[in-house]
Every structure is written in structure tokens, then in C-alpha cells.
Design a protein around this ligand. Structure first.
Ligand code: DNO
Length: 356
């Protein structure tokens, strides 16, 4: 595995590449061309400039999170073929730039969903949290308004104001889309892009729905072992793979994470690793420190399962707590993610030694 950290680029991130490099544990960067809209082509020059910036800081560009998929592709609208052609051109350019992992999602309307971005813990750190009662009472049109004051002046990916202004229209677009249709549209998209992925050995890594169930009645299809199996079998190509985001699958305590890792053997191309703490069964959870004893999951068992199934892609600590007075994008400060990276490296080293 390669330990990485997500970085939003000089213009958007409060963390610098130099700081990440100094952590010593993190060798790779996961980034994106943040200002690109879904459906736009990423030119080779733009990609090479992004790569050079990362390499000049002594780090490796380990993959893209995300090349976003347009709503036309997700809903199967007539313009989808034009957007797929643009996506293929982007993949072609990424391949030419020697970039081989692309994370994306197929979630309608909202990307990840949380009801609080700064829930205060007893120790004064703050974390992202989800409460089902709050969601049940919420008008989805106002979801953005209710969280934007907690963004610490940053723009959070998946929650861009321009996108959130159109929430009503977006709901309208998805009104006839059920799970089967969403699966069909995903299959159509994947079949179209597999040839370019085969040509350049690009691993596509779909991000799961977060949380792992339907919100506001929208269909969400990457949320359980059975649905993952359906996704893998409908396009049986190793480049059709997944981002194993344990904090997303883990929101549903019925998901057996270790078993899922084993089922996905060879198809996990990217891993996001974080722990969760549940307060009211699955109706209320918060993102704890990475440490096993701070949350619900046995983090060593997760790292060992990844190790034992031969995972060799990029991995990143996921959302961290906000601590030590840092002001950053919620979940994406430097301090707690650096602690997470160091901890995960330690667990990985133990798993390697144990297997010898
Ligand atoms: C949340 C992230 C997601 C992820 C996208 C991938 O912090 O894990 O926003 O990047 O769903 O397209």
C-alpha cells in the first residue's frame, strides 16, 4: 500500500504539500482539478501541471479523487454520450500522464451527507456527525443552508454552493430513477469507459454511498456487499473496482467489513480508513479518532484484511477531528489526519510482520 493524503490544491487547501511531506509517513497525494465541472475535459497540460506541482514537493501523485460523473450520465439523459466522450478523453489524458487510479461516485444529488460538521466532543475536538432524526425532519432543499456555516470558510467537495442552489432541479432530474435504472446507467457508463481503462491500466474506484442507506428517498446503490457484488459482476473487468471507504460502509452495522474486503479481493483500488462511534444504534453516529479504542471498529483487523487480500493501492486516513486550534475544511485538517496516517502505518507494519 501507499500511504497518501487528500489535497485540494494551493487555491483551496489550508494544508501545504510541504507540511504533508514533512509528516514522513505520507508519500503520496490524492488530488483533483477542483474547478472542473462534470462533463468538462481535463487537458493533458492541466494534468501535467498538477502532477509537476506534487512531484516538485517530493511527493507522488497516487490518484485522482474525483473525476466527477455528470447528472446526465447518472440519469441516462440524452446528453450522456457527449459527457461520456469527455470522460474518456480525460481518462486518456490521465493515462498519458501515467496516472492509474480514479475515484468517482454514482450518488444522486448529494455526495456524502452529514447533519453536523463540528459536533463538540468532551475533549473539545470537533467531528462530523450524522443524526437520522435531524434528516427525517429536514427539508432537503435546506440541507446546504443548515451546514454551510460550519465550513470554516472553505468549499467542501460535493457541497459546492452552485450545485446546492440547484437542489430542487436535481431532485426533479432523479424523480423517475430507481435503483435498477441507476445500476443500468452505471453499467452503460462503465462499459463505455473500460476500453480506455484497459489501454492505460486505469483502475476505476467507485466510492460508496455515505451513509450506507437511501437519504431523502433517493436511490443509492453502492451500499452493501450484495450490491457491490452486483456491480462487480455486471462489468467483470478488474479495472471496474471500488474505493473501500470503511467509514461509509461502516455506517451500516449490518455490513460485515472484513467479509466485504475478502469478497472484493483484487478489486479494491483505493482505501479510505476511519473509525466511527455510534450513539443511538445507527440513528446517530460521529467520526471518532482513527484509534480502535476511540470508536467501534477493530482497525487492526481492517488493515490486516487489506494486507492479507493483497491490497497494493493508495490508502488514506479519512476525515480527522478538528483539534489544536486548527481552522480547516471540516474533516480535512492536517493534525488529526497526520495522526491517523501514522497509526495506520503502524498497523500495516504489524500486519506485514505478523504474516512473515
Ligand atoms: C468525502 C469523500 C467523498 C468522495 C467522493 C468521491 O469526504 O470521501 O466526497 O471524495 O464521493 O467521488
Amino acid at each position: 500500500m501507499e500511504m497518501t493524503m487528500r489535497w485540494y490544491g494551493k487555491k483551496h487547501d489550508t494544508v501545504t504539500l510541504e507540511q504533508i511531506k514533512q509528516s514522513c509517513y505520507v508519500k503520496g497525494i490524492i488530488t483533483t482539478l477542483y474547478d472542473k465541472l462534470p462533463g468538462e475535459v481535463w487537458t493533458l497540460d492541466e494534468i501535467l501541471a498538477m502532477k509537476k506541482e506534487v512531484e516538485d514537493a517530493g511527493l507522488h501523485l497516487a490518484g485522482i479523487e474525483s473525476v466527477n460523473v455528470s447528472d446526465a450520465i447518472k440519469t441516462g439523459a440524452p446528453e450522456r454520450d457527449k459527457d461520456i466522450a469527455a470522460y474518456i478523453e480525460t481518462l486518456e489524458n490521465l493515462g498519458k500522464a501515467d496516472i492509474h487510479m480514479v475515484c468517482y461516485n454514482f450518488m444522486p444529488v448529494f455526495d456524502w451527507t452529514r447533519t453536523e460538521l463540528a459536533r463538540v466532543r468532551e475533549d473539545g475536538t470537533t467531528v462530523l456527525a450524522y443524526n437520522q432524526d435531524t434528516v427525517d425532519k429536514m427539508d432537503p432543499d435546506n440541507m446546504f443552508d443548515s451546514i454551510k456555516d460550519n465550513m470554516n470558510g472553505t468549499v467542501m467537495p460535493g457541497w459546492e454552493p452552485e450545485r446546492m442552489e440547484k437542489v430542487k432541479e436535481l431532485f426533479e432530474l432523479y424523480k423517475d430513477i430507481d435503483e435498477d435504472k441507476l445500476f443500468d446507467n452505471l453499467k452503460y457508463f462503465l462499459e463505455a469507459i473500460m476500453p480506455v481503462c484497459d489501454k492505460y491500466d486505469i483502475n476505476m474506484a467507485i466510492h460508496p454511498d455515505d451513509p450506507s442507506w437511501s437519504v431523502f428517498g433517493l436511490p443509492r446503490i453502492i451500499s452493501s456487499q450484495a450490491k457491490l457484488k452486483r456491480m462487480m459482476e455486471m462489468v467483470p473487468n478488474k479495472h471496474n473496482g471500488v474505493t473501500f471507504c470503511m467509514g461509509s460502509y461502516g455506517t451500516n452495522l449490518n455490513n460485515d467489513l472484513i467479509d466485504t474486503i475478502h469478497m472484493l479481493k483484487g478489486r479494491i483500488h483505493f482505501a479510505h480508513v476511519r473509525n466511527l462511534r455510534f450513539n443511538d444504534g445507527m440513528r446517530d453516529f460521529e467520526e471518532s479518532a482513527h484509534l480502535s479504542s476511540d470508536g467501534t471498529f477493530d482497525m487492526y483487523a481492517i488493515m490486516k484484511a487489506l494486507h492479507d487480500t493483497g491490497f497494493d493501492g493508495p490508502i488514506r486516513p479519512d476525515h480527522g477531528r478538528m483539534m489544536w486550534g486548527e481552522k480547516a475544511m471540516p474533516g480535512y485538517g492536517l493534525y488529526d489526519r497526520a495522526l491517523g496516517a501514522a497509526y495506520l502505518c503502524g498497523l500495516w507494519e504489524a500486519a506485514c510482520k505478523e504474516s512473515k
